[in-house]
Each structure stands twice: as structure tokens, then as C-alpha cells.
Design a protein around this ligand. Structure first.
Ligand SMILES: *Cc1c(COP(=O)(O)O)cnc(C)c1O
Length: 216
């Protein structure tokens, strides 16, 4: 199957759910194929890689979905429309500072470690409600969603984690401040996006089902 066909069939299948086309490791030419076929949002997990590619890309929205190192924050705030992978208060404070310098309000999602996995980054469910109380003072970020990467299991086994995320998302939606407005629930990747949508994802992040298996 071609990139063009893959995008079209995924878009038809997911309906109202927003597609983030995960283009990490993919060459600009093939990314542009996806954009021509109807993808509108790219997901990248390396700041420098995206910086090197972005001038060659057709117009699109860009979302950062990787672990953001402190020394890459400035570049990330310059380059990305949304940073989905905010995994600590320390990071969101730094993003806020950089965004202020650049005169930007940075859209962010909070990453949740929904499986409480020790090796994974993200807020724990118990932490997130306390964390949210600090956000109103940060005027150069706007929190618009939650994102998660569930434990690596078979698709059906991920369902309870997606369900927990949806429950948390509905709770967080009650939080309404000038800079807090939860409207996106970003969950589901190539192997489990159908389950994620059944459990309430508003946004899925799909890479290999579009571009084929990654080499790297
Ligand atoms: C790579 C990646 C994806 C896409 O994974 P696929 O299995 O290729 O669809 C989604 N989300 C994040 C955070 C990723 O790093």
C-alpha cells in the first residue's frame, strides 16, 4: 500500500477523530505525500530532526511527541505548534519561560504515565490534579489536552488503560481557567488506535501504519 492510500483509508476509518501523522525518521518527500493525501498534523519526537526537515515540508501543523530535554526547549517552542509530551511541572515552567521570551503562548498537553511504569515518563494520575493548580500562574502556556502511551501489550489489553485515561480526561475537563481547557485526548498508535477510539480518543498518533515499519 502507498502512503497516499494508507492516509486515505485511515482518515475514512477514524471519522471525526484527529489524525497525527507520526513522521519521525521519514524523509520530507514521503511526508509531503502524506500531507498531499490529506494529513494535516505531523508528530515528531526529535527536535533537531524536525528542524532539519521542516523547511522542505508543505504547510502543516506540528506536534512534538518525544521526551523533551532541557537544552532543546527553546528550539521546540520555536518549532512546534503543540508540545504533547509535557511530563513534569519543571518542564512546563521552563516552556512557559521560553515562550514568554518568544512572545508566544505555547499549546501543550500533559503526558500521563497511565500504567505507572517506572521506566516511563509522565505525570502519575495522583499527581496531575495537584500539578494543575500551578498552571494558572503560567501565562505563556495553554494546556489543551492529555496524552498517554500505555504499557506495551496486545491491543485488547490496552483497553483498561485507555478507559482510565478517558475517565481522567472527563474529570480534567471540569478545570476551566484562562489557560486550561482540556479538549484533546491523544491516545492510540498503529497497533491499538481502534481500541483507543472506542474508548474515547479524540486524537490518534499513527506512524508505521502509514509509512511502513521504521528502520531506526
Ligand atoms: C512513534 C510514536 C508513535 C507512532 O507509533 P506507530 O506504532 O509507528 O504508529 C505514536 N506516539 C509516540 C509518542 C511515538 O513516539
Amino acid at each position: 500500500m502507498s502512503v497516499d492510500n494508507n492516509i486515505k483509508s485511515i482518515l475514512a476509518e477514524i471519522g471525526d477523530t484527529t489524525l497525527v501523522c507520526v513522521s519521525k525518521t521519514v524523509e520530507p518527500e514521503r511526508i509531503n505525500e502524506a500531507l498531499r493525501a490529506g494529513a494535516t498534523i505531523l508528530g515528531e519526537n526529535r527536535v533537531q530532526e524536525f528542524e532539519a526537515k521542516c523547511a522542505q515540508l508543505l504547510p502543516c501543523e506540528s506536534h512534538f511527541i518525544g521526551h523533551l530535554q532541557t537544552n532543546k526547549i527553546k528550539k521546540a517552542v520555536q518549532l512546534f505548534d503543540v508540545i504533547q509530551s509535557v511530563d513534569s511541572l519543571k518542564l512546563i515552567r521552563k516552556i512557559d519561560q521560553r515562550a514568554r521570551v518568544l512572545g508566544k503562548v505555547q499549546k501543550v498537553y500533559l503526558q500521563v504515565n497511565i500504567g505507572n511504569e517506572p521506566q516511563k515518563s509522565g505525570f502519575r494520575v495522583e499527581e496531575i490534579k495537584k500539578a494543575i493548580t500551578e498552571i494558572p500562574s503560567l501565562k505563556n502556556v495553554c494546556v489543551e489536552g492529555l496524552m498517554c502511551i500505555p504499557p506495551l501489550l496486545s491491543p485488547e489489553q490496552t483497553r483498561p488503560y485507555f478507559r482510565k485515561m478517558k475517565y481522567l480526561f472527563e474529570e480534567m475537563k471540569q478545570e476551566n481557567q484562562d489557560n486550561i481547557n482540556f479538549c484533546e485526548l491523544s491516545m492510540g498508535m498503529s497497533n491499538d488506535y481502534r481500541i483507543a477510539i472506542e474508548e474515547g480518543a479524540t486524537m490518534v498518533r499513527i506512524g508505521s501504519a502509514i509509512f511502513g515499519k521504521r528502520q531506526l
